[in-house]
Write a protein that binds this ligand. Sequence first.
Ligand code: F6P
Length: 360
Amino acid sequence: MKRIGILTGGGDAPGLNAVIRAAVKTAINEYQCEVLGIRNGYDGFLEEDGIIPLGRDSVRGILPRGGTILGSANRGNPYARKVIRDGKEVTIDVSDEIVKGIKKLQMDALLVLGGDGTLHIAHELYQKGVPVIGVPKTIDNDIGGTEFTFGFDTAVNIATEAIDRLHTTAESHHRAMVIELMGRDAGFIALHSGVSGGADVILIPEIPFTFDNILTKVRTRVERGLKFSILAVSEGAKPKGGGQVFSRKGDEMYVPRLGGIAQVVGEFLETHGFESRVTVLGHLQRGGTPTAFDRWLATRYGAAAVRLAAREGYDRMVALQCGEITDLPLEEAVAVPKRVDVNGDAVITARNIGISFGDE
Ligand code: F6P
């Protein structure tokens, strides 16, 4: 193995730099291998200055840093790249150009750090001869075949701290505090932080709710003398028979953006006599320094991805299973997105301790 490349695609997640650092160190220390960084996801193959050498010096001090030193691109799909031609925006397939660029660089492996979209593309590029290795990244924790993606633990910790802080002010003012959390169509962040932060109601996409059930829970608490409530709401949560709430419609440039369900829930409570305040935690969940767990996981993933490359384990993704790092075919990992098991112990535990999911 003489030369490998690394790219980071999709939304960033705390721990990306820790993966890059571990991969660079492992490649140099164990395989005397050259490492190239590709800037801004797959776009880097098409950009001037899109490829940079990564040495020990480039990764010094980046372990605790959030974001990615390589930059990322949310819309960097080589199969559907938006460009302006004759003043008009058109979608073109530049995958062959990218494959040509990759092959010209004579890389023995391309480590792709990404979520489902980026990893899907990696699998497709493999069909065109690119020796890809996947590393599962996302705060949503929604990638199959792995217990945890890096970035998730940091997001849960930030969300938990936010819920703790809402608790004290909720109690002082006898209010319902509704907090909207990220996760897209998976409720892991709301579930984990809601339980860890002692929420009274947790709404997740996997368990459709009714407004009446939420009201009953808040009312029952008041009747028991508890005049405040904490509601942890996943951005993708939806009422039974209803749809998700979006803050921005999808168009040629952007996928639809989830957002606004917490406001809907807060307004509903207000119209039924419960003073409410809404917090949207947003990108605070994605920014800043990774937790120790995410640094540990990201470091293990980075080193394991390079070992996998050395074994020519292309078109596979490193993963965490039963606490150990392993790997599985990329196709398998991205086939079905991971969702909260509504009959699993996490949901049962939450119900046992009196948390309402708004479904009963
Ligand atoms: O997938 C990660 C994530 O943070 C989701 O939880 C969220 O819906 C989305 O990305 C936000 O994306 P953007 O950074 O484009 O606003």
